[in-house]
Design a protein around this ligand. Structure first.
Ligand code: FE
Ligand code: FE
Length: 182
């Protein structure tokens, strides 16, 4: 069972982890910054793990998962959540699955939030459906993991700093382990 933990921690040091994603930093840096912000805010182990793994949908190739072959669509939050569901409970999977909708929600309901988005994130927002309508926002807010997803989203926005020092992936191992579904 810890095999998956080893693989997840190791993926950040594989080529997939060093790939950028249009933000001027690597997936590895982005994930570590998000997890570090979550830990510093005293988030639960599951939510720290979710922060570390929220973009795992971009890293599946490094985990030996061929998503194209399985016919899964390119929505990285859904792809990542489907993968994580095999090993983790809803407290990890829920916030990951909702982290893109959380952006669409925050842009719709919070004045000034759109200005906090990076250029790449503004671009992807359009492809992801743009700001939520009032009805969509109400539906989102009623979801079980909406609050956690919103916390995760704020770390996600912040976790794009160039040259910001964080702990190494191994530091976050304990959270991933604690969050495993038993
Ligand atoms: Fe993402
Ligand atoms: Fe992200």
């Amino acid at each position: 069972m810890t095999d998956i933990v080893d693989r997840l921690i190791a993926v950040f040091d594989q080529p997939a982890g060093h790939a950028g994603y249009g933000e001027g930093i690597s997936q590895r840096e982005h994930a570590l910054q998000a997890a570090w912000l979550a830990e510093k805010e005293g988030a639960s182990p599951a939510l720290v793990a979710a922060a570390l793994l929220h973009d795992v949908g971009h890293l599946l190739h490094g985990l030996g998962e061929d998503i194209a072959e399985k016919g899964v669509d390119g929505r990285h939050e859904a792809v990542g959540a489907a993968f994580l569901l095999r090993h983790f409970g809803e407290d990890v999977v829920g916030p990951v699955a909702l982290h893109v909708d959380a952006k669409r929600y925050l842009v719709a309901v919070e004045p000034g939030y759109a200005e906090k988005l990076s250029e790449a994130s503004v671009l992807s927002l359009k492809l992801q459906g743009g700001p939520m309508t009032k009805a969509e926002a109400d539906r989102f807010a009623a979801k079980r993991f909406a609050k956690d997803a919103l916390r995760l989203r704020r770390w996600d926005e912040e976790a794009k700093l160039v040259g910001y020092t964080t702990p190494e992936p191994a530091h976050f191992r304990k959270y991933v382990e604690a969050a495993l579904r038993r």
